[in-house]
Design a protein around this ligand. Sequence first.
Ligand SMILES: NC(=O)c1ccc[n+]([C@@H]2O[C@H](COP(=O)([O-])OP(=O)(O)OC[C@H]3O[C@@H](n4cnc5c(N)ncnc54)[C@H](O)[C@@H]3O)[C@@H](O)[C@H]2O)c1
Length: 308
Amino acid sequence: MRILVTGGAGFIGSHIVDAYINEGHEVSVIDNLSTGSRSNLNPAASFYHADIRDDVSAVIRDISPEIINHHAAQISISVSVENPAADAASNIIGTLNIIEAGLKAGLKKFIFASTGGAIYGAQDYFPVDEMHPLRPLSPYAVAKLSCEKYLYCYKYNFGLDYITLRYSNVYGPRQNPYGEAGVVAIFTNRLIKGGQPMINGDGLQTRDYLYVRDVVEANLKALRVNASGEFNISTGIETSVNELFSSLIRITGGDVNAAHGPAKKGEQLRSCLSYRKAQEILGWSPGVSIEEGLRNTVEWFLIKNGAA
Ligand SMILES: NC(=O)c1ccc[n+]([C@@H]2O[C@H](COP(=O)([O-])OP(=O)(O)OC[C@H]3O[C@@H](n4cnc5c(N)ncnc54)[C@H](O)[C@@H]3O)[C@@H](O)[C@H]2O)c1
């Protein structure tokens, strides 16, 4: 199939590009390289250095994708709080730009990277399923929810099939360790350089950590399934930041003690998502334990830093 992956030079998108190419698909990438990197780009993909906030219709006409897998986004929650309009320009208008251009070029299906970690807000129950009320607490999450609703509306008006994947907290090789999120990447990078990771608050806050290979698998299933809808992509397992820190100390052989800084204002205390719907309809379930995922991630950071 002809597939366009937006954000295909980024952390998650580049792994998806690799997997789609391995399966024999014809893959193109649109990325503005704002947080992505040329070194992540698969040489077998056609690369378009373009910004989805601009008119990308000529590029998309040229690609004429049957499927768009949309991972390009402004991913910082704090940037979205400081400048909601800038966030919306990439995450809402940019998304509409590529859907509109895609439809004119014969698009059949849209796969959308949404957020299970931010879209539900404070959870009433654990693990949360897709029926839980949606109470986004940041402009970033509001923008993701808007796009989900636009996709519902495009399906109704134009018959465009869509799969929305609501990821929990994704980690793994190629994640940027200098962003505000991605605690696994941030801690691992610090530890292997002999630095001191800082735990925000008491470290009892939990997240549902999902290894990137499992995310790729969900994006492969999304190609094949004949359905539209929203799906949590997660492990259903809560891990505290303290537990994560201890595991990384053990795996890296680091010898620093846990250091706690001030709690992050407004930080969600617990997040954990049920993947039952994805299991039933996509035939997807997570396959990588946190131990294996963390070991692979540490190994990748060691190689990247020339330490292995
Ligand atoms: N990492 C997670 O835990 C997580 C969780 C839920 C959802 N997501 C979503 O998954 C997607 C990928 O996230 P990631 O963690 O790989 O981040 P990333 O920053 O590595 O990837 C985003 C990519 O999009 C590109 N990009 C950004 N703005 C663009 C624009 N205006 N035009 C063209 N390209 C642009 C960047 O250069 C980058 O390559 C995002 O949509 C993000 O919201 C990620």
